[in-house]
Design a protein around this ligand. Structure first.
Ligand code: BEZ
Length: 237
């Protein structure tokens, strides 16, 4: 009987170390995540080169790259295509494609070639219910210590909202810097949430506090200046 040698991987999870890999990219070879130590990283997959939704996504992400870099965040893309296809596609985007006022867009962040699907499988980017040959639109936000902090998946037909990915990066960094949580639809300048009280005494202190706005003992918010958030997180170059 023939042995099935295909390696299977557990899906990576939030709070775990990002799986390691070496890869060839459009910007040279990388060792992931060690090459990115000290930076936040968005590792994202797309189904295929020379496809329209992916092209709109790459143009949008490349257009926003400076903003992500100012938030100490690097972008790394991946698809199950080869390096020559990647190069040809990125050249076409720069030379020929105009979309929503964006043109001459140069994708400067690395795009991983993954014909063997090794990385895509390690990161649970292949979803056979969607496709056996194309990665879905997966997003992994990884912190400067190489820990996965957010995972988001979209199907093939649905282009991502890159402002939401930017908001997620800023919110994660704000939560770390100020030891708070961020409520629904939070944007810098909005009130933030402090962790729920762990004792009856703290619950009462929270309710009596003049600095907090408590809807009830378990749901207290406080002000956090937009300037304070942005000055802490963004480094202008
Ligand atoms: C696209 O990026 O346009 C696309 C890729 C795979 C399936 C459907 C759309």
């Amino acid at each position: 009987m023939e042995e099935n040698k295909e390696q299977t991987y557990a899906m990576p999870r939030i709070g775990e170390k990002a799986p390691e890999f070496k890869a060839v990219t459009t910007q040279g070879d990388i060792n992931f995540p060690s090459d990115y130590k000290g930076n936040w990283v968005i590792l994202f997959s797309h189904p295929a080169d020379f496809t329209p939704v992916c092209t709109s996504e790459f143009m949008t992400f490349a257009h926003m790259e400076k903003r992500f870099n100012e938030a100490n965040t690097k972008l790394v893309g991946l698809s199950v295509d080869g390096i020559y296809s990647h190069i040809a596609w990125l050249r076409t985007i720069k030379e020929k494609i105009e979309y929503k006022g964006m043109k001459n867009i140069e994708v400067k962040f690395p795009l991983i070639e993954d014909i063997t699907m090794e990385v895509a499988k390690k990161y649970g980017m292949m979803m056979p219910g969607e496709s056996n040959t194309k990665a879905v639109r997966a997003v992994f936000i990884i912190d400067p210590n190489g820990i996965i902090r957010t995972i988001i998946y979209y199907p093939l037909s649905l282009g991502r909202n890159f402002e939401e990915l930017y908001r997620a990066v800023i919110a994660l960094q704000t939560a770390d810097a100020f030891q708070i949580a961020t409520p629904a639809d939070w944007q810098p300048g909005d009130d933030v949430i402090i962790s729920p009280a762990g004792s009856c005494g703290v619950a009462q202190e929270r309710m009596d506090s003049k600095e907090l706005d408590c809807k009830d003992w378990f749901f207290c918010t406080k002000k956090l200046d937009k300037e304070k958030v942005l000055n802490t997180i963004l480094k202008k170059k």
